[in-house]
Design a protein around this ligand. Sequence first.
Ligand SMILES: [Mn+2]
Length: 330
Amino acid sequence: MNNKEILHRISEEIKKRNTFLLTCHTNIDGDALGSLLSLGSLLEKAGKTVTMFYPDPVPENLSFLPAEKLTGQLSNVMYDCIILLECVTNARIPGKIIPSEKASFVINLDHHPDNTIVSDLAYIDSSASALAEIVYELAKISGLEIEKPQADMLYAAILSDSGCFRHSGTSFTTFTTAAELLKKGADFSFIAKKLYFEKPIVRVRFAGYLMTVMNQEMEGLLYWFYITDQLMKDHKITSKYTNNIIEDLNIVEGCKVFVIFNEIDEGIKVSLRSSDKKISVREFAARYGGGGHDGAAGCTLSDCAEEKVKYFVDELIVFIKEKLGLNSLL
Ligand SMILES: [Mn+2]
């Protein structure tokens, strides 16, 4: 089956079924949330019974999307179908749910090339800049009518994952999909403002502080920062306000790789960005059990220790040198 046939098969399987459980990856982002809410609402409009499951708080910067539709608790009921939206690995399915125990049919949609989830039908297209491009295509194939609310959700998802149409995954299809969504009423100006150009003062001040103290390596090819719990307390800021703060900081001229280490309950969450095609941060994150895209990836270090961070940075420097073919002078 080629990709297009798979999407048609998925559309047919959805039509046959009535009750749906939808969920997306932990550490929810704009693409995951926008894709989840839009697909959920499209299925509801088609007369399906839909539960959208996500048990953790939604980051403050995404609160303009109707996240109140999400439910954090599941009963023991068995669904006709579960749709996993860019969950990537079993470990990133929220609430430790096992898909086959929740539904008799499992559909797996993703644009991460390293998706390893076992399902009845999977559509993985790493050429899509956002999962929302795939949801849009599926809606079109299925004859599900996108109206302004879904257009807003899908546009927000695309704008999030494409980094305002500037990440390398952005394609002709990204723009044509966005244009179709504008035609359906997406409020592009409001969404851009909410996602990128309007932030709570507590976050603006914190980002400003980080900019003054972030670590520079390799004469400015690499920048990194370690955000400890204590630092957050000192600045009276909570994780609700620091989601994706790497995007606020990763604006230094000449910087090729930017890394933020964040203390979380499970250890240290690492977010990586690369602006150089030769340096795949996905490849590097995979050494630590993580994944993502070549230009944006993440992983988790198992316990909080300054030495772990230092070791990670040292390894990353060697990796960058290798990829850029630099001699040991840097
Ligand atoms: Mn995505």
